[in-house]
Structures are given as structure tokens and as C-alpha cells.
Write a protein that binds this ligand. Structure first.
Ligand code: UT7
Length: 325
């Protein structure tokens, strides 16, 4: 075994679309503001009965099917999420039950929007060590559960979804060539979840104790641009490739202006960045997993390409990988 490679991908998106025009009726905002400031046109919203574990299971099922692997061959399941159905059991254990992956060890990773890459790098280490052979790595978030639907500065930004990959060893030069994870706890207050009495969107006038997200957007914006650009440079250096060798960058989808600024900072054409934020908003950990899925499906990533994956999120945490496809 030489490298650890992504063997297949899966994804799941709730059917319900929430457009900017619908949001105009909820809060003091406009399609024009949301589009020009973020690039978002619509996002998917999971229904009340549609849980994070359900979305994770669907994405995992597709990845397994595409890998032509039965679930009993999976010996590690990691789910990246910060919006679990409940504190415990872990989402990974619920996925394990739903997929009947009875031989797997299963646990969750909490790294906000960077969760997918944190989980990918974690799984890679277990496979490299020889402890496990096939890992199912899933990112799933029902972030709209955390939104205060009266707060226009956050409720227009996020959406729900899930993405998944099957990882295993290969005897070729393809695979995950380099990894980088960093955490800056000193910026923990720039984005956090507050627990208070709030009115959820679909149960107006019913006060419920639910958590909601609070964010210092402008501060995060600057840190995001610097962290993501730095992370790509570090993984490219570790993989011994030049910036010009990278065919496709799949970045976290938080704001199209952040993606443009990262492209400028790296001196890489924005055309090389895969962007789907207009359709889904920021799906937290799932954003980059779904973007990778779509980039491959659309043929923007081909065999032999060098791909950079890069994220940042609350914590603050950032991560990147170079993958030879
Ligand atoms: O996944 C990781 C976490 N999050 C992020 O990465 C977010 C990073 N930050 C951002 O993407 C941007 O900072 C935001 C999209 C959140 C905000 O964009 P901005 O250009 O930084 O706007 P701002 O916060 O400076 O607000 C500008 C104005 C303010 O009005 P005044 O004070 O200039 O009169 C806001 O009150 O826009 C107002 N505003 C809105 N107006 C219409 C804030 N939200 C809205 C809204 N609709 N939804």
C-alpha cells in the first residue's frame, strides 16, 4: 500500500429550497444584498423529521454503492458534524446501525466547517497505520437548526446537506498526498452557539429553548482569507507541487467573496476554484464534501489532477489537503 485514496463519493441534499426572495419576506434583507455580499441565491432546508443522521446515512449509502463495497467491509466510520440529532449516541453510531456496518468502529468529529477535512485526515492516519482498511467519512450538518430566523446577519447564510467518501489504501501515486490542520482557539468568540429562549421558524409564537449561532462576520472574513490561502500554500509545499500544478481548488463555501480573495492571494485563477455556494449557501462541514462530489460529477476533476481541498470554520479551525485524483 502506497497511499490512501478517495475511492468514491456520495451526497444528500434535502428537497426543500429556500430562496432569497422567500427570505425577503422573513427578515429585512434583499436578494440583491445576499447575492452581492455572499453569492448565495438559495439553500436547502431539512424538514423537521429529516435529521442529521438521516442525511449522513443517505450520503454514506451512495458512497458505499459507488465504491461497490458492502457495509460489512467498512471498519471505520467517522461523521463530521456540529449539529448532531442529540449529544449522544454519536451520528457515526446511528449511521453504523442504519447501514448495518457491524464491523466498524464509529465516532464523530467536531470541527465546525472544517470537520470534513479533519475527519478525512484522521481516517487517513488510521488507514496508513494499518489499523483499519476501509473508512467511510461523512460530513453532515443541519445548520438551519441553529439559526435565529430573526437575525438577518446569519439566517441568510446557511443551509443543510451531507457528503461522504469511502477511503482505502492504493498501490499507485494517486491519493491524499499532504495534510494540514490548525486551530486558533484565541478566536473562539468570533463564532459560537448561544443557548437562549427563541422562536423557531416554523413554530412562531411558541417559545422554545433552542441554541442559535452568533457570528462576527467581518472578523471571520479576514481570518478566513488569510488562513485558507496559507493552508493551501503549506499543503502544496508538503506535497512538493507548485501552485500552478493544481488543477482544481475545492474551498469551503462560506462566501463567494472569500473564495475570490483567496484566489487573488494565491495568484491562482478563480476559474480553478469550484463554487456551488449559489445553490446551497454554507452547509458547514458538508459544504466542501458536496462541492467535491459535484466537481467530480461535472468533470472538473479528472484522473491524475492535483486537487486542493481547503476549509476554515468556528473554533477557529482550518484545514487543507492535496489530493492526486
Ligand atoms: O463558515 C464559516 C463562518 N462564517 C463566515 O465565514 C462568514 C464570514 N463573513 C462574511 O461572509 C461576511 O462578513 C458577511 C456575509 C457575514 C457579512 O458581509 P459584510 O460585507 O461583512 O457585511 P457587514 O457585516 O459589514 O454589514 C454591512 C451592512 C450592515 O448595515 P450598516 O451597519 O452598514 O447599516 C448590516 O447591518 O449590511 C447589513 N446587513 C444586511 N443587510 C441586508 C447584514 N446582514 C444583512 C442582510 N440583508 N442579510
Amino acid at each position: 500500500m502506497k497511499n490512501i485514496a478517495i475511492q468514491s463519493l456520495g451526497h444528500y441534499l434535502p428537497r426543500r429550497r429556500l430562496t432569497n426572495l422567500e427570505l425577503e419576506k422573513l427578515v429585512d434583507t434583499s436578494d440583491e444584498w445576499i447575492t452581492t455580499r455572499t453569492g448565495i441565491k438559495e439553500r436547502r432546508i431539512a424538514s423537521i423529521g429529516e435529521k442529521t443522521s438521516d442525511m449522513a446515512t443517505q450520503a454514506g449509502k451512495e458512497a458505499l454503492k459507488r465504491a461497490k463495497l458492502t457495509s460489512d467491509k467498512i471498519d471505520l466510520i467517522i461523521v463530521a458534524t456540529t449539529t448532531p440529532d442529540s449529544n449522544f449516541p454519536s451520528m457515526a453510531c446511528l449511521v453504523q446501525r442504519a447501514l448495518k456496518a457491524q464491523h466498524a468502529a464509529a465516532f464523530d468529529v467536531s470541527a465546525a466547517c472544517s470537520g470534513f477535512l479533519y475527519a478525512l485526515t484522521t481516517a487517513k492516519q488510521f488507514l496508513l497505520s494499518g489499523m483499519y482498511k476501509n473508512a467511510l467519512v461523512i460530513a453532515a450538518d443541519k445548520f438551519t437548526n441553529l439559526l435565529d430566523w430573526n437575525d438577518r446577519s446569519t439566517c441568510v447564510l446557511f443551509g443543510d446537506g451531507a457528503g461522504a467518501v469511502v477511503l482505502s489504501g492504493v498501490r499507485s501515486s494517486r491519493g491524499i498526498l499532504s495534510d494540514y490542520m490548525f486551530s486558533k482557539g484565541q478566536f473562539a468568540d468570533t463564532m459560537s452557539v448561544i443557548t437562549e429562549q427563541r422562536e423557531p421558524l416554523d413554530q412562531k409564537n411558541k417559545m422554545m429553548k433552542i441554541p442559535y449561532v452568533e457570528m462576527r462576520g467581518q472578523e471571520l472574513f479576514k481570518i478566513a482569507v488569510n488562513s485558507m490561502a496559507e493552508a493551501v500554500q503549506i499543503v502544496a509545499h508538503k506535497a512538493k507541487i507548485k501552485m500552478s500544478d493544481i488543477s482544481c481548488v475545492v474551498p469551503h463555501q462560506a462566501n463567494d467573496r472569500i473564495i475570490s480573495a483567496v484566489a487573488r492571494k494565491l495568484g491562482v485563477s478563480k476559474d480553478k476554484f469550484f463554487v456551488n455556494i449559489h445553490k446551497y449557501g454554507n452547509m458547514s462541514a458538508a459544504a466542501i464534501a458536496v462541492a467535491l462530489y459535484e466537481a467530480v460529477e461535472k468533470g472538473e476533476i479528472k484522473s491524475g489532477d492535483y486537487v486542493a481541498l481547503v476549509t476554515f470554520g468556528a473554533g477557529l479551525v482550518a484545514a487543507a489537503n492535496i489530493v492526486k485524483w
